[in-house]
Design a binder for this molecule. Structure first.
Ligand code: ADP
Ligand code: MG
Length: 223
């Protein structure tokens, strides 16, 4: 997949409460890119990732995946595209509390009326070190384990693109770096696009391409 954003902007509110969360961002992401986006709190990082993944619509600008403008998709087409092509990892894990780890992981497949690929899921959960935790409910797991379940869920449909919004923000530094190691090895071994938002320098430095966002203005800072 080749992602291209042109002059992407998002403005919230009007009058006194008007906020330009993202100010005319233009960039390209190539197949296999590992991109990090750093910036202070409130600088527009989540806004950008939500626009990139089609979770939200911009005020102006365009976004294409292999030349196709995803904001022109009908709702149904956009959700199907998101389920098949994009894995999204949230800072707060967002697991469903009444479902077991396994049920959480296969939920996106069930929504898409797809049979889980058991061999792939076994391999994935083993790689993530949660193979023996699959019958547990989220509250029976540590934060690091919950985030690894969320990663398995994001990868269950074998998407080509992974977006992670501060995936280690709720983890201690040891589980945080383990989670990053896993994301990075999955990105490298399977040749996926990985876009990680962080305000941790050490995480940003792992990426091949680094962006900064300040007051909604995005700049590439890769040396
Ligand atoms: P970050 O993820 O970098 O902390 P966000 O993208 O969440 O920043 O927010 C960027 C700016 O947009 C902030 O000023 C925030 O208050 C504002 N903002 C985000 N979402 C909304 C919303 N739904 N309504 C109004 N303002 C918002
Ligand atoms: Mg955010």
């Amino acid at each position: 997949m080749h992602i291209e954003a042109k002059e992407l902007s998002k403005i919230y509110g009007t009058g006194e409460s008007r906020v330009t969360a993202l100010d005319r961002a233009s960039f390209e992401i190539m197949p296999g890119d590992f991109v990090s986006i750093m910036g202070p709190s409130g600088s527009g990082k989540s806004t950008l990732l939500h626009l990139l993944s089609g979770l939200d619509h911009p005020t102006s600008g365009s976004l294409t995946y292999d030349g196709r403008d995803i904001y022109s998709f009908q709702d149904k087409e956009l959700s199907a595209f998101r389920r098949r092509c994009i894995g999204f990892i949230f800072q707060q894990f967002n697991l469903l509390p009444v479902l077991t780890a396994r049920e959480n992981i296969i939920m996106p497949l069930l929504l898409d009326k797809k049979q889980p690929d058991t061999a792939y899921l076994d391999q994935l959960t083993k790689l993530l070190g949660i193979g023996d935790r699959l019958t547990h409910l989220p509250h029976e797991l540590s934060g690091g384990q919950q985030q690894r379940v969320a990663i398995a869920r994001a990868l269950a449909a074998q998407p080509e693109i992974i977006f992670a919004d501060e995936p280690t923000g709720n983890l201690d530094s040891k589980s945080g770096s383990e989670v990053m190691d896993m994301l990075e090895s999955i990105q490298k071994e399977l040749g996926k696009i990985l876009v990680v938002i962080t305000h941790d320098n050490r995480i940003a430095d792992r990426a091949d391409r680094q962006f900064m966002i300040i007051d909604g203005i995005l700049t590439e800072v890769t040396a």
